[in-house]
Design a protein around this ligand. Sequence first.
Ligand code: ZN
Length: 486
Amino acid sequence: MGRTLIIGLDGVSWGVLHYLFENSAMPFLQSKISEECTRKAIMRSTIPPWTPLAWNSIASGVNPGKHGVFSFHRVRKLEDKFVTRLVTGYDMKYPRIHEMAAMLGLNAIAVNIPASYPPESSICHPGKCIVVNDWAAPNIRIYPQELERRYMHYFASSLEGLKLKGSSSSAIESIARRARLFSEGVLKLLTNYDWDVAFLIFSETDWVMHDNPAFVAGEKLMPTAKVFNIADEFIRKSSNLADNVVIVSDHGFSVCPYMINIPYFLKKEGIIDITFDEGIELKIMGIRVPPKLIKFVKRHKKLAALAHKALGAVRKDFMHDRYVPYSRAKAIMPDAGIIYCAPGHEEVVLNALKKIPEIKEVIRSNDVYWGPYLSEAPDYIIIPCRDYCVSVGKDKPRTNRNTAHHRDGIMIAWGKDVSKLAWKEILDPWDVGTYTIALAGMPLPKNADGFIPTKERKIHNYLIKWRVARKARKIKKTPQNTNHNK
Ligand SMILES: [Zn+2]
C-alpha cells in the first residue's frame, strides 16, 4: 500500500479544464491526462451541487442523509423561530477518510475540508493526524495546535481574497496570492510529516470563477487562469510525493443568462418579511445582541466596520447564531435554492413557489437523500428552468448574467494502484468516496453508498468505533475534567 493524495479543485468542470488546456494554462495536468493509464470521469454532484454537502459525501462515501451536512448552515426549527449558524465539524455525523485512516493506525493530513471547524472535532490522535479546518469558519486553526506557530500563516493569511470575489484584477490577484500561500503550506506539511492519506481542497478555483462569467464562458482567460496555474504547479510538485493521485471537484460552473431571486417572490407573496441575511437577532459568544442595535450598526458604515474589527479581535470563539422568528418569515433560504419552512407552512410556501414561472421543479429532500438525518435537511430544493439559476436577492426578481454551480465536476486518477480498481465514467460523490478509500488500501465503510471498486469486499464498521470515540472525547471535555487536568 502506498501514499494516496486527493487534491480537490473546487468548482472545476471538464469544460473549464479544456479551456485551460487549449491555452496551456495547466500543462502538468494536461500531460497527465493524455497518458493512457490515467482514469477520467465526470463527478456528478449532489442536488443541489453545493460545496459542503458534495465535499463531505466525497470525503465519507455516504450521501448527505447519512452524514448530516446539507448546506453551509445548520438550521433548527424551534417553537417560534428558525435558529441557524455555520455548520461545524460536530454537525458531521459520519467519519471522513482522514479519520478512517487514523482509526486503522495510518497517518493522515486533511486541509480545508468543509465543516471541519474546530479541527479537534476530527477523531484522530495528534501523532497520527494533521487537520487544518476550512475557511467557512470563525477562524482557521490547526490540529495539533503546536503546528500553528510554524504553519498558521500559510492558511490564515489572505482570507480577504474571499471578500474580494469579483472580476477586478486586484480581487483575482488577492485570490492568487492565497492560492500560492496555501500551496506552499500544504507542500511543507506533505514534506515534513509522515502520511499515508492526504486530502486537501483548493477553494480559490471556485472563488475566482464566481462573478467571472467571461472566464467560465471561455471568453477571457487572464488573469483568472493564474489561480489554475498555481494549482497545476502544486499538482506537479505534490504528485512526486504520492503513489496514487486523485484530482476531484465538488461541482462544475456554468454561465447563467439570468439569476432568479427567490426571496423577492416570497416577499411579494407575503411569505417573508425579512430574508435570511436580515436575520434579526444575533447571539455572539453566548450574549444576545438586540435587533435594534444590529440595525443601527448596519446603517452606519463606519460603525459597521468597527464592529467587524472588534469581532475579529475576539474571534477565537466567535460563532454566532442567527434567529429568524416565524412571525417575520415563514420560510428561509440559508443558501441559494434550499428552503426551510416554518412548521405547518409547507403547503403555503410550496404554492407560492409554484407560481414562479422560472422554477422547473420543487423537490423534497427525501427525493434525493436517504438516511437517519433527513429530518435536518431542507424542506424543498428548487430546480430552475434552463438558462436560469437561483439566487438570494430580494430587491428585484432577476439579475443579469452571472455564474452558478452546476452538477458536473471532474474526477481524474493515476498511480500505481489505479488500474487494480474498477472505474465508472460517471461517479456520484459517494462513489468518489469509496473509490479513494479503496485506493488507499483501506476497507470500505460498512454502510457506504458508493460503488465497490475492489474484487474482494473488505468492509469495516468505522461508524460504530467513531461514535464511541467521539462520545469519549466529549466526556473528557466536560468542565470538571478540564479543571482536573490543570
Ligand atoms: Zn464548491
